[in-house]
Design a protein. Sequence first.
Length: 337
Amino acid sequence: MTIKDIARLCGVSVSTVSRVLNDRPDVSEENRRRVLEVIESSNYIPNNTARDLVKTKSDAIGLVVRGVSNPFYTDIIRAVEDSITAEGFTMVMQQIGTCDDEIKRGAMMEREKRLRGIVFLGGRSDYTPEELTVLNVPFVCCSYANQYGTLPEGSYASVSIADEEEAYRAVTELYRCGHRRIAALVARTDDRAISQLRYQGYLRALADCGLPTEEELVIRAGSFDIGDAYRATAEKLRQEADFTAVFSIADNMALGAMRALREAGRRVPEDCSVIAIDGLTMSEYFHPMLTTLCQPMEEMGRRSVEILMDMIHGRGRPRCETVRTVLRRGASVRRIN
């Protein structure tokens, strides 16, 4: 799909399409709407840096970070940049919102910066082969995989934890400590991504421990945001839900829940235990120190770049790697038996 194709489909001139792409004001609203609709439906990726085409070889590696406020990414970004620099390349980073399309943004970066490869940090877990046709360089999914997608095995690379298994491990840790009323703090239960995977681990752990699934024990925050987690937990407490422990799918969310518990007069861990997944540095200094399954963030960033470099230099094919978490026994979980 070229700019000429866009113009032909819209019944306008090439110059009109160009003015729309450059957000010029001298275009009628009707023409602007038609052009944007065709661009959206055709997945057209504009090339805004034709001047870069004179380069015969680029040294740029793209990093697309989905979720600009997620503190989990800090150490991974540092490790990715250090590894890229050590390989003699330059990192070009783009941060996008949680609702933005990382594949389209990566494709735009590829063309504008003549990237050699891309690391996607955070993203959807349901890609299809058709969606990835806009990418012409190797890429690695860091911190997530494609469990809900239809990509054939060996067609993409990823580095992540086994989200469902690690959630299962966290919930069974609470069970071993005597807890039988275990709440789950999730973003959503049906996001076809990390939140749903960890929720499935929670459900499987309950079943294997002989505990029933109860709707009143599910706290849906709507996002990974600490404020949303605080508000959702506070609302659940106002409903007088009965639980002795909370499994949070993320450290950030757990800290919001702990504030809500404290404000409701429930002490952690004396009245309610809390366990999470991530291992954020700030959760280590929170009082009480959060018990959590720590992801090896630096290793994930480093391994992502190593895999990408192997693909760029023809040393290996795409591969998916799973890393393990390490349980940090803080002070937020109490044994009650």
